[in-house]
Design a protein around this ligand. Structure first.
Ligand code: ADP
Length: 570
């Protein structure tokens, strides 16, 4: 707002300066033209008066003046030249002859006049006044008349009708007036100021109230402000020239309104341009302000958003760290569970294992006793057969113990190539005793060669032992128990299939949940962890474990594994 006022003030100041400069320039032009006009008017007047001067000199020496009827000579001359009067004045100043009879007071005025005195001195005299005869403004020219001796014997006076002269240029532009030595306006092309009297700087009418008047200087020019009627300018440039030849001063008043208009026009143009520039400036400033405001809002929003985001990022980082921690402890818990699960499985199997180991042990002792008897009897061949059986049984026991050791081991090895068929056979071997005890008929058809997949031998074995034990658990107490085990190598991913003819799964969607179990707690049975651990193990080698009820009854579990991508061993 303040800035706007300042700019408006500046524009106004510049426009005022331009106005003033333009006005002075225009006044210079007006003054030049006015001077020329004034000179023209003055020259015209002096030129016309000069003609009458010549006339006076010529008639002064007219021989007819000394003749019988000088009046007629003078009248003739006056009629020809349309002067007011021509008078022949004698040595004592008395009118001897005249074109038109002059009253007595005319003679009295003549006698006191300066111009006559000058004529009597032998020079050409001139003056002006109201003609006493006709009451008209007149210009008098007095030419001396000389005797043969050179003495002045009289004078010839020509009274010129100034009003007739004026009539030719009345109303011309500019307003011109001539003031005499007394400061009286005696000749003018504006009749309303005739006889006005100079008083100091101003002119005043001869009588009545003094109209308003001011005057001042603009640059080198003098300006008059007045109210002297419709034919005189309200504001005029005042010019003056002295005319010593006729003892007058020529003055002119030139209307300055055109100069005002021109200066006003220039100032208006400058003001308009200034205002346009100011408007553009304001527009640009306003735009910048709005932009800056928008920018600031945007920046503050960005800053707000940034702090929010950094807060969110920090929270996320914390969460990630917490998750990582949780994951680590979960892994640890899982590893612990796997081990616990294995140990629990071992516990479950311990009865079977001891039976399994007991049987060959008792057979070995039987074979050993028999072998000793056979050697005593010298049947060494039969004894050798016994020894071979013993060796075979010992080998079998060794295998069982190796399997157990491997099962109990905590496997940390990375996933690698394994033969699925070998793992299935190991698992079958480990559960063999249990199956035999429960009278379960195991239907296993091994594929012709090894089936390679990605996995961990021990972990996959644990999964399979678990699935087989579950099947055995489910079928417990059945008349005819059948366990079907297959390895499908034809599919894109190798699949191990374990199917029983038990009652089937009561809640297939829950079986992989930890601690979900339908078995009685306590007995030989587990804690509902077997399948959930198996799930994790199979996933850890990129496989998938599924369980559902087979259409012909019983549960069917499938373990799908990642195929081995490398070159297949022979
Ligand atoms: P647990 O054997 O200790 O109960 P699992 O996770 O191994 O724990 O098994 C969870 C549950 O899944 C079992 O309690 C049982 O209800 C069901 N289940 C598992 N295998 C079979 C199967 N072959 N037939 C029927 N139900 C099964």
């Amino acid at each position: 707002m303040g800035l706007m006022l300042a700019v408006l003030a500046a524009v106004a100041a510049i426009a005022a300066g331009v106005w003033r400069y333009g006005f002075v320039q225009a006044l210079d032009g007006l003054a030049r033209r006015g001077e020329a006009d004034l000179t023209l008017a003055a020259d015209r007047l002096t030129g016309q008066l000069q003609r009458y001067r010549d006339l006076a000199v010529l008639i002064a020496v007219h021989p007819g003046l000394d003749g019988a009827d000088p009046d007629a000579v003078l009248l003739h001359a006056a009629d020809r030249t349309s002067v007011l009067n021509i008078m022949l004045v004698g040595a004592q100043g008395q009118i001897i002859a005249a074109a038109h009879a002059a009253p007595a007071r005319a003679n009295a005025a003549l006698e006191q006049s300066e111009y006559l005195a000058r004529a009597f001195d032998g020079a050409l005299g001139s003056g002006h006044g109201i003609d006493p005869g006709q009451g008209i403004r007149a210009f008098y020219i007095a030419a001396p008349r000389f005797a043969a001796s050179g003495r002045v014997i009289g004078a010839l006076v020509v009274a010129v009708n100034l009003e007739a002269l004026e009539g030719e240029w009345r109303g011309d532009r500019p307003a011109v007036f001539f003031t005499d030595d007394d400061g009286r306006v005696f000749i003018s092309n504006r009749s309303e100021i005739l006889f006005w009297q100079r008083e100091g700087d101003r002119l005043r009418p001869p009588q009545g109230p003094i109209p308003p008047f001011e005057h001042w200087q603009t640059g080198a020019h003098e300006i008059w402000r007045l109210d002297w009627g419709p034919y005189l300018p309200r504001s005029g440039l005042h010019l003056a020239q002295d005319l010593p030849k006729i003892s007058m001063r020529a003055e002119a008043l030139i209307d300055v309104a055109p100069a005002r208009r021109l200066a006003g026009l220039q100032a208006a143009v400058v003001a308009l341009v200034g205002l346009a520039v100011a408007a553009m400036l304001f527009w640009a400033l306003e735009r910048r302000r709005v932009l800056a405001m928008a920018n600031a809002t945007l920046e503050s929003r960005v800053a707000e958003r940034t702090t929010e985001l950094s807060g969110a990022i920090a929270a996320l980082r914390r969460e990630v760290a917490e998750r990582q921690e949780a994951e680590a402890s979960l892994k640890q818990a899982q590893a612990d569970l796997v081990q616990a699960g294995k140990l629990s499985a071992l516990g479950q199997m311990s009865a079977g294992i001891s039976h399994e180991l007991n049987q060959p042990l008792m057979a070995i002792s039987q074979f050993a006793e028999n072998g000793a008897l056979l050697i005593e009897r010298g049947k060494s061949e039969a004894a050798a057969g016994n020894l071979a059986r013993i060796a075979e049984l010992a080998g079998r026991m060794g295998r069982i113990i190796r399997n157990l050791r491997a099962f109990a081991r905590q496997e940390n090895e990375p996933v690698r190539r394994i033969d699925v068929v070998a793992v299935v056979e190991t698992a079958l071997e480990m559960t063999e005793a249990r199956m035999a005890k429960d009278g379960i008929d195991v239907d296993w058809q091994a594929p012709s060669g090894p089936v390679w997949a990605m996995g961990g031998e021990v972990r996959l074995g644990q999964v399979l032992v678990n699935l087989m034990s579950n099947a055995a658990d489910a079928m417990a107490g059945r008349e005819e128990c059948r366990l079907l085990v297959r390895v499908d190598a034809a599919a894109e991913r190798p699949v191990i299939l374990i199917r029983d003819n038990g009652p089937g799964i009561s809640a297939p969607e829950k079986i992989f949940d930890p601690f979900y179990s339908t078995k009685e707690v306590g007995a030989s049975e587990g804690m509902g962890l077997g399948l959930s651990i198996s799930y994790g193990l199979v996933q850890s080698f990129g496989g998938a474990i599924r369980g559902h009820n087979a259409p012909e009854g019983g549960a069917e579990f499938s373990v799908e594994l990642e195929p081995w991508q490398g070159e297949v061993a022979a």
